[in-house]
Design a protein around this ligand. Structure first.
Ligand code: IPM
Ligand code: MG
Length: 366
């Protein structure tokens, strides 16, 4: 079968890592007699340069027409890039937020598990890592602070900025359903992360999640305040199974969770709506400082490709093959620079490779 895939290379290291993900996906599906037909879609800074806006309506239409979208990353260095001289709603990030909203991608899945081979790259102490960890972060993606009304204006003669954090119960319920469903296929525990000791929105989250939980009595539900959760992630990450949280807390905690995997470049993500369609991108950013050098870690994007095959196309075997090939490649000692331990003595047996060599090594092991 021929599947239609949208491809958003974006900015910075985006084009380099997406090229590797496509290469690996193409090989993985070919083994089962399938092929992928790509439509390149412009988004982010590259779209601003080409069209004046970070996401055109035509780009949204293109994304609607495909079975799934693979994406790299968007944005540049705010201190130096001219994109950040533009009004906020014309900057690269606004394109991504608009795409997520237009496609109703309310559930963002960010798995953080420790590859045993990457123990040496994990910044946590050995006794804290223990048996490792396997967390599924479920981040609400189309509500909260990132989509609330915002303005900057003088209030009583003082320049004042206002951002609005709002959630309604439907937005909470649909992502809670997803989290419980996912937990049912895993270790059957959901930790809701919030700030219910201060925020009204968090208190509504607790109420709605508790009512959704009535249908899922086989799943353990706990609530944890976000400041505590940030601390627990580096104190005892093994305690978590599914973490369910609102948009901004999920944004922040998922970077922390990615880092304890060894590197921000290693964590994939899937942004889903009620259908099988999804947008699949690494959790890390566009890393403008290393763009074009051919050294970026493509594993998060290649794992995102595996999630694409599994969630949107239902090609579980091809996805398993990619996951297995990544593990094998790491076991064989291949590492991009971000995953190399600092101490020379520990580098024994490891091969430092660039982005495309890493992709090739994974393809060879499919
Ligand atoms: C992410 C990113 C985005 C977000 C930015 C680029 C808008 O940090 O996907 O985590 O905050 O969602
Ligand atoms: Mg982020």
């Amino acid at each position: 079968m021929v599947y239609k895939i949208g491809s958003i290379s974006g900015d910075g290291i985006g084009p380099e890592i997406v090229a590797e993900a496509r290469k690996v996906m193409d090989h993985a599906v070919a083994k089962y007699g399938h092929s992928l037909e790509y439509t390149d879609i412009l988004m982010g800074g590259c779209s601003i340069d080409a069209t004046g806006v970070p996401l055109t309506n035509e780009a949204i239409e293109q994304a609607i027409e495909v079975d799934a979208v693979i994406m790299g990353s968007i944005g540049g260095n705010p201190a130096t890039s001219p994109w950040y001289q533009l009004p906020p709603d014309k900057r690269p990030e606004a394109g991504l937020l608009k795409l997520r909203k237009s496609l109703r991608l309310f559930a963002n899945l960010r798995p953080a598990h420790l590859y045993p081979e990457l123990r040496g790259a994990c910044p946590l102490r050995d006794d804290i890592i223990g048996e490792g960890f396997d967390i599924m972060m479920v981040r609400e993606l189309t509500g909260g602070l990132y989509f609330g009304k915002r303005e900057t204006k003088p209030v009583n003669g003082v320049n004042t900025a206002i951002d609005t954090l709002s959630y309604n119960e439907n937005e909470i319920r649909r992502v809670a359903e997803k989290a419980f469903y996912i937990a049912g296929k895993r270790r059957k525990k959901v930790t809701v992360v919030d700030k219910a000791n201060v925020l009204d929105s968090s208190r509504l989250w607790r109420k709605v999640v508790t009512s959704v939980h009535e249908k899922y009595q086989n799943i353990e539900l706990e609530f944890m305040l976000v400041d505590n959760a940030a601390m627990q992630l580096v104190r005892d990450p093994g305690q978590f199974d599914v973490i369910l949280t609102e948009n901004m807390f999920g944004d922040i905690l998922s970077d922390e969770a990615a880092m304890i995997m060894g590197s921000l470049g290693t964590m994939p993500s899937a942004s889903l709506n009620e259908t099988k369609f999804g947008l699949f991108e690494p959790s890390g950013g566009s890393a403008p400082d290393i763009a074009g050098k051919g050294i970026a870690d493509p594993i998060g994007t290649i794992s995102s490709a595996s999630m694409l095959l599994r969630y949107s196309l239902g090609l579980d075997k091809a996805a398993d093959d990619i996951d297995g090939a990544i593990k094998k490649t790491l076991a064989d000692g291949y590492r991009t620079f971000d995953l190399m331990p600092k101490e020379a003595a520990e580098k024994k047996g490891l091969k430092q490779v660039g982005t495309s060599e890493m992709g090739d090594a994974i393809v060879e092991r499919l």
